[in-house]
Structure formats: structure tokens, C-alpha cells
Design a protein around this ligand. Structure first.
Ligand code: FAD
Ligand code: S2G
Ligand code: ZN
Length: 442
């Protein structure tokens, strides 16, 4: 469709309002065949294409830089099959994650990932970014739960790696090329995902701690005490919690603390799970690791507590501009970057510095906000943060990908041999570089 003004923004600007393209053309195919024909046509004429799912990506990967054609999977939202015996869901890539969750839960199953963007993100986008989310600690990454997929490469070839089998050791495992490649190697059109049975018993504890070391001690006790029933372990600092409270106009139900931890259990026996969780809560409070805590056992209270974690992202945007960094760090220096950056930024007009995220995965979401974009703030963060991550042996992108935002840091973190192999793979699969140009590969 040719974009009228009000649509231009929706498709050309990323979710953070940080990156803006200038495309006047969005194509919204419904089938694999449509995509195959579109890409064949574009490839022959060297027309660049940006694949777009829910446009909730946070590294500018889903929007054009110039006038690349936007290929939206919005209309590819058909559920092809759900096998109630195996829990394998087969669907088109434009299905919205939340709709898939609702669908599989009717059969007593759940999706193996849960993100705050579930209301808009597509499963094709999740796979293309190898999205993590709050349940990675329990269900692993999409490289494991994606059994197969179908994708279309730049010349229009349909690569059928779709399977509902858990084991398929025949030839190269090509699906992994498309998982996390952010639309630069092909457009994912269908996926088959292994869904776990939905738990009959869910509990969520919210604990307040006086320092980050206690968060780590609670994490260690949680892993040894809860074992297989642990399904999420998230942390947020006081600034993040206040930000969510303000956004939601909802008070945190426990007394203020410098740090908070959310611990979720998912199992099949309430008594067993609550006994284990009770043992853990007893252990952490008798060791003086918490200042306060509350336990939610009914779904509505559980959802209210999760909202405090999920609303941070939206709350931060209310400040104006959000400098968002998603990094992996060793737990030994995990939160140091927040205190370091507070000091480095103290002379500049920042509003907030905060840290939250999937601490059990070693994944920190570091954010700074200011009224308007300030190059001095961005420059200070870029200079200090990447140096800190490199010196700590971390990763400059834990789950959000590279997109255009982190592309120019690739030469700092990937060896010339790794980058050259990436370029060779790209040149075989997309020799005319029409797929999501200017992203991921510097
Ligand atoms: P888009 O943003 O549309 O695209 C993302 C990338 O994938 C782009 O490079 C695009 O070109 C490519 N792409 C999209 N569809 C296809 C396709 N079919 N074939 C090939 N390439 C494709 N991310 C996490 O990992 N964990 C979180 O916990 C998390 N929480 C979030 C919370 C909020 C409030 C928001 C706004 C975002 C969050 N994200 C999180 C980031 C984002 O939601 C994920 O990266 C998500 O996977 C993007 O899906 P999407 O459909 O919106 O993809
Ligand atoms: C999360 C979402 C985006 C952000 O909340 O887990 O992945 O960094 C993030 O706020
Ligand atoms: Zn996250």
C-alpha cells in the first residue's frame, strides 16, 4: 500500500522513536508465494526491502534508513496447526505473540517466551531477533524451542525447514541461520514452535533487598531451593520501580527498598511448590537478605505484580528520550555500570539512570532518560558502557539484537575472521544486499 501521511510514521519510525526511515511503500503479503514473488522482483531490480513484524524492536532493525520498501508480515497471521499431543504449534510468522498464547492456552499449553511487547510483536520478529524475555531461564532460547521454519531468501527461493519433529538430524541445521539474523538473510514465513504444558500451579514472590549483593545471594538460594519449578527471576532497582509505579499509578505492595526481585514458580502441584517456595522465603528472611516481601498465588495478583516489571519500559518513555542498552554482564560486576554511569553523567541534564532485567540470564537492561535527546549524554554512555562491557567480557546485545543501533560496534566486539564469515554467508544468501541493508553487518 502506498503510505498516506498518518501511516508513514507508523511504519517508518521505530518503537523508541529513535530511528526514522523515509519509505513511501509498504507491502503486506498474505502468503509465502506472495513474498517469494516480491523478493524475486526486488532482487532482479536491486530494490532494498526491510522485513517488519510488530515493529517493537529496540535497535532500529525494523525500519528503513532511507526509502527501502517495507515488507510487513501483519497479514500473515494464520495458525496452521496445533498438535495437542506434542504441543507443537505451526503458524505463519505474522501471528502476534499474545494471540498465540491465547490460542495454545485453550489447549492447556503456553508459549515458551513472554515479552512485555507480546501485544504487538510477531513470532516471526521474535525468531528473527532470537528474543529472550522473562521465561528464558525455564524454557531456553528460541534456538531450542523453534523446531523448524520456512523462509524466503533474497532471490525468492522458498527454504522449507519446517518440521513438527523434535529430532531431525538430516543435513545442516539451516533454521539457525534465520534465528537472530534480523531479516538480513531471509524472511521467515512459517514457524513450528514446541510449546510447554501450561502449569497448574503458579506463584510469584516480590522481595525487597537493601543491596545488589543480596539480590545475587537470593538468586543462588533460589536456584538451589526451587530447582525445576523456577520459571522466572527478574530484578529491578528503586528508580525502575518508582518509574513503573508512576506510570501505573499503582503503589508497590511492599516497603521501599533499593532493589526488588521477582521470583516465579510454575509446576503441577500447589502443595509441593508452595512448600518449596516457603522454604526459600524462610531461608532468605532468616539470613537477613530481604527487608520485605509478598507472595502472590492467585492469577490477578500475579498479573498485578508482573505489571510493575513490564511497565518500566513504557514508564521510561514518559520522561522524554530513553537511552536504552541491553547487555550481558558477569554477575560479579553486573550492577556496577549503573553506579559508574550515574557518576559519569552527574554534570549532564539526565533525569534517570536505572537498571532492571533478566539477572538470572546475566542480562541487564541499562537505561538513562532525559527530557530531549542530548548528544553529550549519548556520547558519554557510548564511550563508557561499551568499554565497561568489553572489559567485563560481556555482550553489547543480550537479546535485542544489533539492528542499525549497534552495527558500528560490531568491529569492536567481533574478530575480522568472524565478520568475514558473516559477510560470506550474507553474500551467498543475499548477493545484492537487498535484505535489510545497513543492519547488523558493518
Ligand atoms: P520487528 O520489530 O518488526 O522486527 C525486528 C527485527 O526482525 C527487524 O530486524 C526486522 O527486519 C526483523 N523481522 C521481523 N519480522 C521478520 C520476519 N518475518 N522475517 C525476517 N525478519 C523479520 N525483546 C526481548 O528479547 N526480550 C524482552 O523481554 C523484550 N521486551 C520488550 C518490551 C517492550 C515494551 C518492547 C517495546 C520491546 C521488547 N522487546 C523485548 C523487543 C522486541 O519486542 C523484540 O525484539 C521482538 O522480538 C520484536 O518482534 P517484532 O515482531 O516487533 O519485530
Ligand atoms: C525487558 C524491554 C525493553 C527495555 O523489559 O525485558 O527487554 O529494555 C526489555 O525496556
Ligand atoms: Zn528484556
Amino acid at each position: 500500500m502506498l503510505l498516506q501521511n498518518e501511516d508513514v510514521i507508523n511504519y517508518n519510525v521505530d518503537w523508541l522513536r529513535r530511528f526514522r526511515g523515509n519509505s513511501r511503500l509498504v507491502l503486506r503479503p498474505k502468503t509465502t508465494e506472495h513474498i517469494s514473488k516480491i523478493l524475486k522482483y526486488c532482487n532482479e531490480r536491486r530494490l532494498a526491502v526491510v522485513p517488519q513484524g510488530g515493529n517493537t524492536g529496540l535497535v532500529g532493525g525494523s525500519v528503513p534508513l532511507f526509502d527501502e520498501i517495507i515488507l510487513s508480515t501483519q497479514l500473515m497471521n494464520e495458525i496452521i496447526n496445533f498438535d495437542c499431543n506434542s504441543g507443537v504449534l505451526t503458524c505463519q510468522s505474522g501471528c502476534v505473540l499474545e494471540n498465540l498464547s491465547a490460542n495454545v492456552s485453550e489447549h492447556g499449553y503456553m508459549m515458551p517466551l513472554d515479552l512485555g511487547s507480546k501485544g504487538s510483536c510477531n513470532i516471526g520478529g521474535n525468531i528473527s531477533t532470537n528474543a529472550g524475555g522473562i521465561r528464558l531461564i525455564r524454557f531456553g532460547s528460541l534456538h531450542g524451542s523453534t523446531l523448524g521454519l520456512e523462509a524466503v531468501t533474497a532471490d525468492g527461493s522458498v527454504i522449507d525447514c519446517l518440521t513438527s519433529m523434535r529430532k531431525d538430524n538430516v543435513g545442516y541445521h539451516l533454521k539457525h541461520l534465520f534465528i537472530g539474523s534480523e531479516g538480513t538473510l531471509g524472511i521467515v514465513t512459517k514457524v513450528s514452535i514446541l510449546c510447554p504444558k501450561a502449569p497448574s500451579s503458579v506463584n510469584l514472590a516480590l522481595l525487597g533487598c537493601s543491596n545488589f549483593d543480596d539480590v545475587l545471594k537470593i538468586l543462588a538460594l533460589t536456584k538451589s531451593n526451587l530447582g525445576e519449578i523456577l520459571s522466572a527471576f527478574e530484578f529491578l532497582d528503586a528508580v525502575s520501580m518508582r518509574c513503573s509505579e508512576r506510570y501505573l499509578s499503582q503503589k508497590c505492595p511492599i516497603q521501599s527498598a533499593p532493589f526488588y526481585v521477582l521470583i516465579e514458580t510454575s509446576g503441577s502441584n500447589d502443595d509441593h511448590d508452595q512448600e518449596k517456595l516457603g522454604g526459600l522465603l524462610e531461608a532468605v528472611s532468616s539470613s537477613g537478605l530481604i527487608v520485605d516481601g509478598t507472595l502472590a498465588t492467585d492469577l490477578s495478583k500475579i498479573s498485578t505484580l508482573w505489571k510493575l516489571r513490564e511497565s518500566i519500559t513504557l514508564g521510561l518513555l514518559e520522561d522524554g528520550f530513553c537511552y536504552k542498552y541491553d547487555v550481558s554482564l558477569p554477575l560479579s560486576s553486573f550492577y556496577d555500570i549503573v553506579t559508574l554511569m550515574e557518576d559519569k553523567l552527574k554534570e549532564l541534564p539526565y533525569l534517570k539512570v536505572c537498571g532492571y532485567g533478566h539477572v538470572a540470564d546475566g542480562n541487564l537492561h541499562f537505561n538513562v532518560t532525559s527530557r530531549i535527546y542530548d548528544e553529550r549524554i549519548s556520547g558519554t554512555i557510548e564511550k563508557e558502557l561499551y568499554k565497561f562491557v568489553a572489559s567485563a567480557g560481556g555482550s553489547i546485545s543480550a537479546e535485542h539484537g544489533v539492528g542499525q543501533f549497534k552495527r558500528d560496534h560490531m568491529t569492536d566486539v567481533k574478530s575480522p575472521e568472524v565478520l568475514s564469515l558473516m559477510r560470506n554467508i550474507k553474500s551467498i544468501m543475499d548477493p545484492h544486499c537487498i535484505l535489510n541493508p545497513y543492519k547488523v553487518i558493518p
